[in-house]
Ligand binder design. Sequence first.
Ligand SMILES: CC(C)(COP(=O)(O)OP(=O)(O)OC[C@H]1O[C@@H](n2cnc3c(N)ncnc32)[C@H](O)[C@@H]1OP(=O)(O)O)[C@@H](O)C(=O)NCCC(=O)NCCS
Length: 211
Amino acid sequence: MTKKLLVFGGSGHAKDVIAAARVMGYERFGIVTTDGTSHIEGLSAVAEADFKPDQYADWDCIAAIGNNDHRKRFYEQYAAKINFVSIISKEASISESATIGPGTYIGAFAYIGPDAVVGDACIVNTHSIVGHDAKISDFTHVGPRVCLSGHVELGKNVFIGAGASFNNGSYDAPLCVPDGVHIGMGCQITESIRHQNVRLIPKPNYILMQR
Ligand SMILES: CC(C)(COP(=O)(O)OP(=O)(O)OC[C@H]1O[C@@H](n2cnc3c(N)ncnc32)[C@H](O)[C@@H]1OP(=O)(O)O)[C@@H](O)C(=O)NCCC(=O)NCCS
């Protein structure tokens, strides 16, 4: 039977997800975007206003949108009507005891360690490391080449920019990032963050000077 994947989103992140899904054996793709625009060559999009979920009852589905709020909105609106699945790159390495929720994308060369838990509609992007016993809550986006050491716990709707790295926590004292926090690319997080919905930006690591 032809494997069919409905994708919410038609931009750069959707390209990554579709590329991984093709290798997993999906042969037919449908795209739905808010305004009917698609940036994916050869795949036109249906505008959400014209989208009829009951026509996709036997399709798998994922929201492939980098923005956490938008991805969450699509997942919550349609999860009861269409079968959301995780799309896991064949080049990712997932420990047997790790758990990954529906609607989550794991990119190429990502590593998910033993007893790690990744929630629903999350992104763990290319080359990222999710250490043993780490927890990633629903609708959180871990950018490319992020290093979450063991026992790091991310709340819901967290965004981690490319290349950020985290000190390890422990069984008694995990390193925690509360809901809604945005962490800038390149940050080095050495201890738990106390406040929800804050934004962390590292000091600039270079200064522009005349040669
Ligand atoms: C954390 C982040 C989301 C904040 O974005 P923002 O709220 O729009 O912040 P701004 O871009 O307005 O930046 C504010 C200031 O901090 C600086 N800044 C922002 N992020 C920075 C970073 N990671 N390192 C160093 N300086 C940074 C900006 O240059 C700007 O400086 P200025 O006021 O002197 O011009 C963003 O900086 C970031 O890290 N994005 C992640 C990008 C990424 O990983 N993409 C891959 C996704 S798959």
